[in-house]
Write a protein that binds this ligand. Structure first.
Ligand SMILES: Nc1ncnc2c1ncn2[C@@H]1O[C@H](COP(=O)(O)OP(=O)(O)OP(=O)(O)O)[C@@H](O)[C@H]1O
Ligand SMILES: C[C@@](O)(CCO)CC(=O)[O-]
Length: 327
Protein backbone atom coordinates (compact mmCIF):
# COMPACT_ATOMS: atom_id res chain seq x y z
CA UNK A 1 0.00 0.00 0.00
CA UNK A 2 1.32 3.43 -1.02
CA UNK A 3 1.33 6.10 1.67
CA UNK A 4 1.49 9.84 1.19
CA UNK A 5 4.42 11.70 2.80
CA UNK A 6 2.15 13.27 5.40
CA UNK A 7 0.71 9.85 6.31
CA UNK A 8 4.26 8.50 6.63
CA UNK A 9 5.20 11.37 8.92
CA UNK A 10 2.16 10.82 11.14
CA UNK A 11 2.93 7.12 11.40
CA UNK A 12 6.57 7.65 12.33
CA UNK A 13 5.65 10.26 14.91
CA UNK A 14 3.35 7.88 16.80
CA UNK A 15 4.99 4.58 15.88
CA UNK A 16 4.37 2.07 18.64
CA UNK A 17 2.48 -1.16 19.08
CA UNK A 18 -0.93 -0.71 20.71
CA UNK A 19 -3.51 -3.32 21.74
CA UNK A 20 -7.20 -3.59 22.62
CA UNK A 21 -9.13 -6.40 24.25
CA UNK A 22 -12.66 -7.83 23.89
CA UNK A 23 -14.62 -10.79 25.15
CA UNK A 24 -17.98 -12.53 24.56
CA UNK A 25 -19.50 -15.95 25.18
CA UNK A 26 -21.79 -18.60 23.72
CA UNK A 27 -25.58 -18.64 23.93
CA UNK A 28 -28.25 -21.34 23.77
CA UNK A 29 -31.81 -20.81 22.56
CA UNK A 30 -34.28 -22.53 24.89
CA UNK A 31 -37.36 -21.86 22.74
CA UNK A 32 -38.33 -19.83 19.68
CA UNK A 33 -35.49 -20.19 17.16
CA UNK A 34 -36.47 -19.68 13.52
CA UNK A 35 -39.99 -18.59 14.53
CA UNK A 36 -38.39 -15.48 16.11
CA UNK A 37 -37.48 -14.35 12.58
CA UNK A 38 -41.21 -14.32 11.77
CA UNK A 39 -42.62 -12.52 14.81
CA UNK A 40 -42.58 -15.15 17.57
CA UNK A 41 -41.07 -14.46 20.99
CA UNK A 42 -37.95 -16.46 21.98
CA UNK A 43 -36.09 -17.40 25.16
CA UNK A 44 -32.30 -17.67 25.29
CA UNK A 45 -29.59 -18.11 27.92
CA UNK A 46 -25.94 -17.05 27.93
CA UNK A 47 -23.39 -19.88 28.19
CA UNK A 48 -20.48 -18.11 29.89
CA UNK A 49 -18.27 -21.19 30.19
CA UNK A 50 -17.67 -21.12 26.40
CA UNK A 51 -15.90 -17.85 25.76
CA UNK A 52 -14.25 -15.92 22.94
CA UNK A 53 -11.43 -13.48 23.56
CA UNK A 54 -10.11 -11.04 21.00
CA UNK A 55 -6.87 -9.08 21.02
CA UNK A 56 -6.57 -6.28 18.46
CA UNK A 57 -3.00 -5.13 17.78
CA UNK A 58 -1.98 -2.05 15.79
CA UNK A 59 1.50 -2.38 14.34
CA UNK A 60 3.62 0.68 13.54
CA UNK A 61 3.63 -0.02 9.82
CA UNK A 62 1.25 0.56 6.92
CA UNK A 63 -1.22 -2.18 6.11
CA UNK A 64 -4.80 -3.37 6.25
CA UNK A 65 -7.02 -4.85 8.98
CA UNK A 66 -7.15 -8.63 9.22
CA UNK A 67 -9.02 -10.98 11.54
CA UNK A 68 -7.33 -14.25 12.48
CA UNK A 69 -8.57 -17.28 14.37
CA UNK A 70 -6.14 -18.92 16.77
CA UNK A 71 -6.36 -22.69 16.63
CA UNK A 72 -4.44 -25.93 17.01
CA UNK A 73 -2.32 -25.22 13.92
CA UNK A 74 -1.68 -21.57 14.82
CA UNK A 75 -3.40 -18.39 13.65
CA UNK A 76 -5.33 -18.72 10.39
CA UNK A 77 -7.25 -16.05 8.44
CA UNK A 78 -10.87 -16.02 9.60
CA UNK A 79 -13.20 -16.41 6.62
CA UNK A 80 -16.15 -14.43 7.92
CA UNK A 81 -17.29 -11.83 5.42
CA UNK A 82 -19.64 -10.07 7.85
CA UNK A 83 -16.92 -9.52 10.42
CA UNK A 84 -14.45 -8.44 7.74
CA UNK A 85 -16.85 -5.73 6.55
CA UNK A 86 -17.53 -4.48 10.10
CA UNK A 87 -13.82 -4.48 11.03
CA UNK A 88 -13.00 -2.51 7.87
CA UNK A 89 -15.75 0.02 8.60
CA UNK A 90 -14.56 0.49 12.20
CA UNK A 91 -10.91 0.99 11.24
CA UNK A 92 -11.50 3.13 8.14
CA UNK A 93 -9.96 6.55 8.65
CA UNK A 94 -7.52 5.30 11.25
CA UNK A 95 -4.49 6.23 9.16
CA UNK A 96 -3.75 3.01 7.29
CA UNK A 97 -1.93 1.16 10.07
CA UNK A 98 -1.70 -2.64 9.96
CA UNK A 99 -4.20 -3.99 12.48
CA UNK A 100 -4.57 -7.63 13.40
CA UNK A 101 -7.46 -9.04 15.45
CA UNK A 102 -6.62 -12.43 16.95
CA UNK A 103 -9.63 -14.45 18.13
CA UNK A 104 -9.40 -17.36 20.55
CA UNK A 105 -12.78 -19.12 20.37
CA UNK A 106 -13.85 -21.93 22.71
CA UNK A 107 -17.24 -22.18 20.97
CA UNK A 108 -17.44 -24.85 18.29
CA UNK A 109 -18.62 -23.29 15.00
CA UNK A 110 -21.95 -24.09 13.37
CA UNK A 111 -23.45 -25.68 16.50
CA UNK A 112 -26.21 -23.16 17.21
CA UNK A 113 -24.16 -21.75 20.08
CA UNK A 114 -23.69 -18.33 18.51
CA UNK A 115 -20.02 -18.67 17.56
CA UNK A 116 -20.30 -16.15 14.71
CA UNK A 117 -22.04 -13.51 16.87
CA UNK A 118 -19.66 -14.06 19.81
CA UNK A 119 -16.60 -13.74 17.54
CA UNK A 120 -18.03 -10.54 16.03
CA UNK A 121 -18.84 -9.06 19.46
CA UNK A 122 -15.38 -9.84 20.90
CA UNK A 123 -13.64 -8.46 17.79
CA UNK A 124 -15.71 -5.26 17.73
CA UNK A 125 -15.02 -4.67 21.44
CA UNK A 126 -11.28 -5.24 20.94
CA UNK A 127 -11.15 -2.83 17.98
CA UNK A 128 -13.12 -0.17 19.87
CA UNK A 129 -10.77 -0.56 22.83
CA UNK A 130 -7.73 -0.24 20.55
CA UNK A 131 -9.09 2.79 18.72
CA UNK A 132 -10.37 4.49 21.89
CA UNK A 133 -13.96 4.52 20.57
CA UNK A 134 -16.83 4.72 23.04
CA UNK A 135 -19.49 2.18 22.02
CA UNK A 136 -22.79 2.25 23.85
CA UNK A 137 -24.87 -0.97 23.96
CA UNK A 138 -26.98 0.14 21.00
CA UNK A 139 -24.01 0.86 18.73
CA UNK A 140 -22.27 -2.37 19.77
CA UNK A 141 -25.43 -4.32 19.01
CA UNK A 142 -25.78 -2.67 15.60
CA UNK A 143 -22.21 -3.56 14.61
CA UNK A 144 -22.52 -7.21 15.71
CA UNK A 145 -25.92 -7.41 14.04
CA UNK A 146 -24.50 -5.99 10.78
CA UNK A 147 -21.92 -8.82 10.75
CA UNK A 148 -24.61 -11.39 11.62
CA UNK A 149 -26.92 -10.20 8.85
CA UNK A 150 -24.19 -11.04 6.35
CA UNK A 151 -23.38 -14.44 7.91
CA UNK A 152 -27.01 -15.57 8.42
CA UNK A 153 -28.70 -13.80 5.50
CA UNK A 154 -31.03 -12.18 8.02
CA UNK A 155 -30.65 -12.36 11.81
CA UNK A 156 -33.19 -11.71 14.57
CA UNK A 157 -30.69 -10.15 16.98
CA UNK A 158 -31.05 -12.93 19.59
CA UNK A 159 -27.45 -14.09 19.10
CA UNK A 160 -26.04 -10.55 18.91
CA UNK A 161 -27.49 -9.68 22.35
CA UNK A 162 -27.30 -12.98 24.25
CA UNK A 163 -23.58 -13.46 23.50
CA UNK A 164 -22.98 -10.39 25.69
CA UNK A 165 -25.73 -10.93 28.28
CA UNK A 166 -25.36 -12.15 31.84
CA UNK A 167 -28.90 -13.39 32.41
CA UNK A 168 -31.61 -15.29 30.51
CA UNK A 169 -33.52 -13.14 28.04
CA UNK A 170 -37.00 -13.03 26.54
CA UNK A 171 -37.15 -11.51 23.06
CA UNK A 172 -40.42 -10.02 21.98
CA UNK A 173 -41.36 -7.32 19.46
CA UNK A 174 -37.72 -6.42 18.82
CA UNK A 175 -36.82 -5.92 22.50
CA UNK A 176 -34.92 -8.10 24.98
CA UNK A 177 -36.04 -8.36 28.59
CA UNK A 178 -34.23 -10.15 31.44
CA UNK A 179 -36.18 -13.07 32.88
CA UNK A 180 -35.74 -15.08 36.07
CA UNK A 181 -35.92 -18.85 35.94
CA UNK A 182 -38.16 -19.76 38.86
CA UNK A 183 -37.12 -23.39 39.20
CA UNK A 184 -33.90 -25.20 40.02
CA UNK A 185 -32.57 -27.43 37.31
CA UNK A 186 -29.92 -27.76 34.69
CA UNK A 187 -29.89 -27.29 30.97
CA UNK A 188 -27.72 -29.98 29.41
CA UNK A 189 -26.34 -28.93 26.02
CA UNK A 190 -25.16 -31.77 23.79
CA UNK A 191 -23.04 -31.34 20.68
CA UNK A 192 -24.01 -33.66 17.80
CA UNK A 193 -20.52 -33.10 16.37
CA UNK A 194 -22.08 -32.06 13.07
CA UNK A 195 -21.78 -28.45 11.90
CA UNK A 196 -24.90 -26.91 10.39
CA UNK A 197 -24.93 -23.50 8.71
CA UNK A 198 -27.62 -21.24 10.16
CA UNK A 199 -27.89 -19.45 6.81
CA UNK A 200 -28.89 -22.73 5.10
CA UNK A 201 -31.39 -23.56 7.85
CA UNK A 202 -33.01 -20.10 7.66
CA UNK A 203 -33.35 -20.52 3.88
CA UNK A 204 -34.83 -24.01 4.28
CA UNK A 205 -37.55 -22.68 6.62
CA UNK A 206 -38.38 -19.84 4.24
CA UNK A 207 -38.66 -22.32 1.36
CA UNK A 208 -40.98 -24.54 3.42
CA UNK A 209 -43.23 -21.52 4.06
CA UNK A 210 -43.29 -20.68 0.35
CA UNK A 211 -43.93 -24.22 -0.86
CA UNK A 212 -46.55 -25.32 1.66
CA UNK A 213 -49.40 -22.83 2.22
CA UNK A 214 -50.37 -22.43 5.85
CA UNK A 215 -47.05 -23.75 7.15
CA UNK A 216 -45.84 -20.36 8.28
CA UNK A 217 -48.98 -19.60 10.31
CA UNK A 218 -49.00 -23.07 11.82
CA UNK A 219 -45.28 -23.14 12.75
CA UNK A 220 -45.06 -19.58 14.07
CA UNK A 221 -48.41 -19.96 15.88
CA UNK A 222 -47.35 -23.20 17.59
CA UNK A 223 -43.94 -21.89 18.65
CA UNK A 224 -45.37 -18.57 19.90
CA UNK A 225 -47.92 -20.44 22.02
CA UNK A 226 -45.17 -22.69 23.46
CA UNK A 227 -42.90 -19.74 24.31
CA UNK A 228 -45.74 -17.89 26.06
CA UNK A 229 -46.66 -20.99 28.02
CA UNK A 230 -42.98 -21.51 28.95
CA UNK A 231 -42.72 -17.90 30.17
CA UNK A 232 -45.62 -18.60 32.55
CA UNK A 233 -43.86 -21.80 33.67
CA UNK A 234 -40.71 -19.79 34.44
CA UNK A 235 -42.66 -17.42 36.65
CA UNK A 236 -44.55 -20.25 38.39
CA UNK A 237 -41.49 -22.46 38.85
CA UNK A 238 -43.03 -25.22 36.73
CA UNK A 239 -40.02 -27.08 35.36
CA UNK A 240 -42.10 -30.01 34.08
CA UNK A 241 -44.32 -27.68 32.04
CA UNK A 242 -41.28 -25.89 30.63
CA UNK A 243 -39.75 -29.25 29.64
CA UNK A 244 -42.96 -30.31 27.87
CA UNK A 245 -42.91 -27.10 25.83
CA UNK A 246 -39.30 -27.83 24.83
CA UNK A 247 -40.21 -31.31 23.55
CA UNK A 248 -43.25 -29.97 21.67
CA UNK A 249 -41.09 -27.25 20.16
CA UNK A 250 -38.63 -29.91 19.00
CA UNK A 251 -41.47 -31.65 17.15
CA UNK A 252 -42.35 -28.37 15.39
CA UNK A 253 -38.69 -27.77 14.42
CA UNK A 254 -38.38 -31.39 13.23
CA UNK A 255 -41.54 -31.12 11.12
CA UNK A 256 -40.33 -27.92 9.47
CA UNK A 257 -37.07 -29.75 8.59
CA UNK A 258 -34.24 -28.29 10.69
CA UNK A 259 -33.59 -31.28 12.94
CA UNK A 260 -31.59 -34.34 11.87
CA UNK A 261 -32.00 -38.06 12.52
CA UNK A 262 -29.03 -37.86 14.89
CA UNK A 263 -30.51 -34.96 16.90
CA UNK A 264 -33.93 -36.70 17.00
CA UNK A 265 -32.25 -39.81 18.43
CA UNK A 266 -30.38 -37.69 21.02
CA UNK A 267 -33.64 -35.98 22.03
CA UNK A 268 -35.45 -39.32 22.44
CA UNK A 269 -32.50 -40.70 24.45
CA UNK A 270 -32.51 -37.63 26.75
CA UNK A 271 -36.23 -37.92 27.51
CA UNK A 272 -35.97 -41.71 28.00
CA UNK A 273 -33.15 -41.09 30.51
CA UNK A 274 -35.33 -38.73 32.57
CA UNK A 275 -35.01 -35.28 30.98
CA UNK A 276 -38.13 -33.11 31.41
CA UNK A 277 -37.79 -32.04 27.79
CA UNK A 278 -35.29 -31.85 24.93
CA UNK A 279 -34.99 -30.01 21.66
CA UNK A 280 -32.65 -28.97 18.88
CA UNK A 281 -31.22 -25.51 19.68
CA UNK A 282 -30.19 -22.67 17.37
CA UNK A 283 -30.05 -22.93 13.59
CA UNK A 284 -30.15 -26.75 13.47
CA UNK A 285 -29.27 -29.01 10.49
CA UNK A 286 -26.84 -30.54 12.99
CA UNK A 287 -25.49 -28.49 15.86
CA UNK A 288 -26.65 -28.88 19.44
CA UNK A 289 -29.53 -30.16 21.46
CA UNK A 290 -30.64 -28.71 24.80
CA UNK A 291 -32.33 -30.84 27.48
CA UNK A 292 -33.75 -29.82 30.85
CA UNK A 293 -33.18 -31.94 33.97
CA UNK A 294 -34.20 -31.25 37.54
CA UNK A 295 -31.30 -32.66 39.60
CA UNK A 296 -27.50 -32.77 39.06
CA UNK A 297 -27.33 -36.59 39.10
CA UNK A 298 -29.94 -36.66 36.30
CA UNK A 299 -27.69 -34.40 34.25
CA UNK A 300 -25.08 -37.14 34.34
CA UNK A 301 -27.51 -39.86 33.23
CA UNK A 302 -28.98 -37.70 30.50
CA UNK A 303 -25.49 -36.73 29.26
CA UNK A 304 -24.51 -40.39 29.15
CA UNK A 305 -27.65 -41.33 27.24
CA UNK A 306 -27.08 -38.57 24.68
CA UNK A 307 -23.43 -39.58 24.25
CA UNK A 308 -24.55 -43.19 23.65
CA UNK A 309 -26.87 -41.73 20.98
CA UNK A 310 -23.79 -40.12 19.30
CA UNK A 311 -23.34 -36.78 21.09
CA UNK A 312 -19.62 -35.94 21.11
CA UNK A 313 -19.63 -33.77 24.29
CA UNK A 314 -21.99 -32.04 26.70
CA UNK A 315 -22.02 -28.88 28.84
CA UNK A 316 -24.41 -27.91 31.59
CA UNK A 317 -25.82 -24.52 32.53
CA UNK A 318 -27.57 -23.97 35.87
CA UNK A 319 -31.20 -22.87 35.50
CA UNK A 320 -32.50 -21.54 38.82
CA UNK A 321 -29.23 -20.36 40.29
CA UNK A 322 -28.34 -18.73 37.04
CA UNK A 323 -24.95 -17.11 36.70
CA UNK A 324 -23.15 -20.03 38.31
CA UNK A 325 -22.01 -22.49 35.66
CA UNK A 326 -22.13 -26.07 36.77
CA UNK A 327 -20.60 -29.23 35.47
N1 LIG B 1 -13.79 -21.79 15.42
C1 LIG B 1 -14.28 -21.40 14.24
N2 LIG B 1 -13.77 -21.90 13.11
C2 LIG B 1 -14.27 -21.52 11.92
N3 LIG B 1 -15.28 -20.67 11.77
C3 LIG B 1 -15.83 -20.16 12.84
C4 LIG B 1 -15.35 -20.47 14.13
N4 LIG B 1 -16.10 -19.83 15.02
C5 LIG B 1 -17.00 -19.13 14.32
N5 LIG B 1 -16.86 -19.32 13.01
C6 LIG B 1 -17.74 -18.66 11.99
O1 LIG B 1 -19.07 -18.91 12.33
C7 LIG B 1 -19.80 -19.39 11.18
C8 LIG B 1 -20.82 -20.37 11.65
O2 LIG B 1 -21.87 -19.59 11.96
P1 LIG B 1 -23.33 -20.08 12.14
O3 LIG B 1 -24.10 -18.86 12.40
O4 LIG B 1 -23.75 -21.00 11.05
O5 LIG B 1 -23.17 -20.93 13.43
P2 LIG B 1 -23.21 -20.50 14.88
O6 LIG B 1 -22.95 -19.04 15.01
O7 LIG B 1 -22.28 -21.39 15.60
O8 LIG B 1 -24.68 -20.92 15.20
P3 LIG B 1 -26.03 -20.11 15.49
O9 LIG B 1 -25.99 -18.87 14.70
O10 LIG B 1 -27.14 -21.03 15.06
O11 LIG B 1 -26.02 -19.91 16.94
C9 LIG B 1 -18.77 -19.96 10.29
O12 LIG B 1 -19.22 -19.85 8.97
C10 LIG B 1 -17.58 -19.07 10.56
O13 LIG B 1 -17.64 -17.89 9.80
C1 LIG C 1 -32.22 -19.61 13.52
C2 LIG C 1 -32.15 -18.38 14.40
O1 LIG C 1 -33.48 -18.13 14.89
C3 LIG C 1 -31.27 -18.62 15.62
C4 LIG C 1 -29.82 -18.82 15.35
O2 LIG C 1 -29.11 -18.96 16.56
C5 LIG C 1 -31.68 -17.23 13.57
C6 LIG C 1 -31.84 -15.89 14.26
O3 LIG C 1 -32.61 -15.77 15.21
O4 LIG C 1 -31.20 -14.94 13.78
Amino acid sequence: MELSTSQNRTMTATAQVATGFGRAHAKAILLGEHAVLHGSPALAVPVPRLGVTAVATRFPEPGATSVLLDGAVGAVPYPNEGLRQVADALTAGDGGWRIEVLLRCEIPAGRGLGSSAACARAAVLALADLLGRELDDRKLYELVQAAENVVHGRASGVDAITTGADSPLLFENGTAEQVRIGFDGLFVIADSGVAGQTKDAVRLVRNAFEQRPGTREQFVGTVSRLVRSAVRDLAEGNAAGFGRSMTECHAALRDIGVSTTLIDAMADAAVAAGALGAKVSGGGLGGCLVALVQRPEEAWWVSQAMCEASAVRTWTVGAGRFGRDER
